[in-house]
Design a protein. Structure first.
Length: 271
C-alpha cells in the first residue's frame, strides 16, 4: 500500500511541474482561454480579476460569519500556483509566503508579483513539513489545491498547516469530498479508468490533439470526518462551512471551503 501511495505522490508532483513548465495558467484554472497557446493579455486580465473577486468574497465571509476583520501579520497561500490569489492576499497581509510543489509555477508567481507591484510576498517550494514557512502564522489559505493531492498526504499537510497557525489565527481551506449528483456513472467510470490506466488517458489526449504525455490532474475526494476531527482536536472550534462545486473535464465535484479560527471553546454537550 505504501508503494502505491508514494507512486501517486510522485505522479502528482511531476504533473504539477509539467503544467507549471508548459501550461501554468491552465494548470490553475482549466479553461481553454488560459492555455498557453490561447492566452491573451485580455485573458490574463480576466484570470487575475477572478482572484481579486474570490479574495473579496472570502474577506466579506470572514467579516460576516466569523465577525473578524482580517488583518494578518503573516500569511501562507498553500498551492499558490502563479499567484492568482497570493497577489490580492498580499494586499491584506503584512507579509505572505506562497508555497507550491512546482518550481516553474513559483518562478511565474514571483514574476507576476513584480508586475503587480507586490513586494511583501515571498515564495518557497512545498515539502511535507512546509519548511518554507518559517515561524508561526496567523493566516493559512488554500483553494482548489488539496483535491489534486493524494488524501493521506493532504491530511498530513492539513494538520501541519493547523500546527503552524497561531492561537486565534484564521484558516480558509478547501476540500472536495464527493462526486456531484450531476456527474453520470459513465463519466465517473471513465475518470477512474483514466487514473488506473495512464495509457488510456494518453489516447484521450491524442484524440483531442493534446500531447499523449500530458498528465492527468488527480481529483481526490477527502473524508470530511478526518478533516473535522483534526480541527476539533487542534482546538479550531469556530468553523463556518461554505459549499462549493468544482469540475475537471466536465466532471463536477462537491466540496467545502472551511473558514475557521483556532480558538478553543467548550464543546461538551449538556443534555
Amino acid at each position: 500500500m505504501l508503494t502505491g501511495r508514494v507512486s501517486l505522490t510522485r505522479d502528482s508532483d511531476k504533473a504539477w511541474e509539467y503544467f507549471g513548465r508548459t501550461d501554468p495558467y491552465y494548470g490553475v484554472l482549466t479553461h481553454d482561454p488560459f492555455r498557453s497557446d490561447n492566452l491573451t493579455e485580455e485573458a490574463r486580465g480576466r484570470f487575475f480579476d477572478s482572484g481579486e473577486r474570490y479574495v473579496a468574497y472570502i474577506l466579506s465571509t470572514i467579516r460576516r460569519d466569523l465577525d473578524i476583520d482580517l488583518q494578518p501579520t503573516k500569511g501562507l497561500d498553500f498551492g499558490c500556483g502563479v499567484g492568482r490569489l497570493t497577489i490580492p492576499l498580499a494586499r491584506v497581509c503584512q507579509s505572505i509566503v506562497g508555497v507550491d510543489v512546482s518550481e516553474s509555477m513559483l518562478a511565474e508567481a514571483a514574476k507576476n508579483c513584480r508586475e503587480h507591484g507586490i513586494a511583501n510576498a515571498t515564495f518557497a517550494k512545498s515539502d511535507e513539513g512546509l519548511s518554507g514557512a518559517a515561524g508561526s502564522l496567523d493566516f493559512v489559505h488554500s483553494f482548489i489545491v488539496f483535491q489534486h493531492i493524494p488524501c493521506k498526504r493532504g491530511e498530513a499537510i492539513f494538520q501541519r498547516l493547523i500546527d503552524l497557525l497561531k492561537e486565534d489565527g484564521i484558516g480558509v481551506l478547501h476540500f472536495t469530498y464527493a462526486w456531484s449528483s450531476r456527474t453520470s456513472l459513465a463519466r465517473r467510470f471513465l475518470a477512474d479508468a483514466y487514473r488506473g490506466v495512464p495509457l488510456l488517458f494518453g489516447v484521450r489526449n491524442w484524440l483531442k490533439g493534446r500531447p499523449m504525455t500530458e498528465p492527468m490532474m488527480q481529483m481526490n475526494r477527502y473524508d470530511l470526518t478526518q478533516i473535522l476531527r483534526s480541527l476539533q482536536e487542534s482546538g479550531c472550534h469556530r468553523v463556518h462551512v461554505r459549499f462549493t462545486e468544482t469540475g475537471y473535464f466536465g466532471n463536477p465535484f462537491y466540496g467545502v471551503t472551511l473558514l475557521f479560527q483556532k480558538r478553543r471553546l467548550d464543546v461538551r454537550a449538556y443534555g
